[in-house]
Design a protein around this ligand. Structure first.
Ligand code: IPM
Ligand code: MG
Length: 365
């Protein structure tokens, strides 16, 4: 008789659904993860849910408790929905929760893949699957989002507001190194550095210099450097000439929305906020945001949350389960029936989730 040894690797996951459609898509994601765990075996997710976000703010005057970070610190990963509420200023909700976690846990590398999934058409003419396969690495700890700056003389005619973009050699080096390593793992081994050093002659020039220095350590990676405005036209006009991209916090924020739209919809796009050394927990979230206009209607696209869950599994070292999940998502999308309204269909979150569950279980939905 053959004895099959079952090792169970247990990961502690914090789920923070947050605001708007966050709860709907994270709920769907957890359901799919549970099915995957049951089907795949070998690993288990110990999920603790935290009801932080704008409703919490209305009750307690803050987005998460004062010891929020301490309560997340021993988790292996954070599965995050969205923040944003029509009644509370965006900078309050954002800095109170999502950026507090990104910065508090030094999640300096933000990874945003964009590719055409089966059945989904790009709004770009003549672009087939495989023609658009990008990963954008977003610097996630400083730059334009460093939080440096201030307002003085508020309300007076001489009022001043400043946001100072901060680039440190250490901060730029670590994200560049991460991007080169990631480019090395990709079939085309090509890295584009996005910059604006023609107009911004301090931080952005440091950015370019560090990129060039780092390129010397990676002779196997082909590189080029593109101004951010020109990058938008390359994305639209020559998508095949892009592979891995490294960009600042703000530039990558903007380019990744464009990347998501060009690959079908913001509703499918995933992201990972990584502390690559795994000294502190990393956070995984769909990039679409809280979608208040469609919240509660059951029509949010859960694909972004599923793809995000696959990135989380990859980070945890469960690459096989991550692959199985992406296969199921691709299978579920292929015939075009599991398209939510953002993809031009009329499927509900429930229907898409059921189709992915069926694909995971090898049955038809
Ligand atoms: C993103 C989002 C956020 C950002 C918003 C919610 C502030 O657009 O994750 O891309 O700009 O970082
Ligand atoms: Mg954005």
């Amino acid at each position: 008789m053959v004895q099959i040894e079952t090792t169970s690797r247990t990961y502690k996951i914090a789920a923070i659904p947050g605001d708007g459609i966050g709860a709907e898509v994270i709920g769907a994601g957890l359901e799919v993860l549970q099915a995957l765990q049951a089907r795949h075996g070998g690993f288990a997710l110990d999920v603790e849910e935290f009801e932080w976000g704008s409703d919490y703010y209305r009750r307690h005057g803050r987005m998460m408790p004062a010891d929020g970070l301490a309560r997340l610190a021993d988790k292996d990963a954070i599965y995050f929905g969205a923040v944003g509420d029509p009644e509370i200023p965006d900078h309050v909700t954002l800095w109170g929760l999502r950026l507090a976690i990104c910065q508090g846990f030094d999640q300096y590398a933000n990874v945003r893949p964009a590719r055409l999934l089966p059945g989904i058409e790009s709004p770009l003419r003549g672009v087939a699957r495989g023609d658009l396969d990008w990963v954008i690495v977003r610097e996630n700890s400083e730059g334009e989002y460093a939080g440096a700056g201030g307002r003085v003389h508020q309300g007076l005619p001489e009022e001043v507001g400043t946001d100072v973009a901060v680039f440190t050699r250490k901060g730029v080096e670590r994200v560049m190194r991460f991007a080169f390593e990631l480019a090395r793992s990709r079939p085309r081994k090509h890295l584009t550095c996005v910059t604006k050093s023609n107009a911004q002659r301090h931080g952005m020039v440091l950015w370019d210099e560090v990129f060039a220095e780092m390129a010397g350590n990676y002779p196997d990676i082909a590189t080029d450097k593109v101004l951010v405005d020109a990058m938008t036209t390359r994305m639209v006009g020559r998508p095949r000439d892009i592979d891995t991209v490294v960009a600042t916090n703000l530039h990558a924020d903007i380019l990744s929305d464009l990347a998501a739209a060009l690959s079908g919809s913001l509703g499918i796009a995933p992201t990972a906020n990584l502390n690559p050394e795994k000294r502190l927990p990393s956070m995984f979230e769909p990039i679409h945001g809280s979608g208040f206009d469609i919240a509660g209607k059951g029509i949010a696209n859960p694909v972004g949350a599923f793809w995000t869950a696959a990135m989380m599994l990859d980070h945890l070292g469960e690459g096989e389960a991550a692959g199985a999940l992406m296969n199921a998502v691709e299978l579920a999308l292929a015939d075009g029936e599991a398209f939510t309204p953002d993809l031009g269909g009329n499927a509900t979150t429930r229907q898409v989730t059921d189709k992915v569950l069926a694909a995971l279980n090898g049955t038809n939905a």
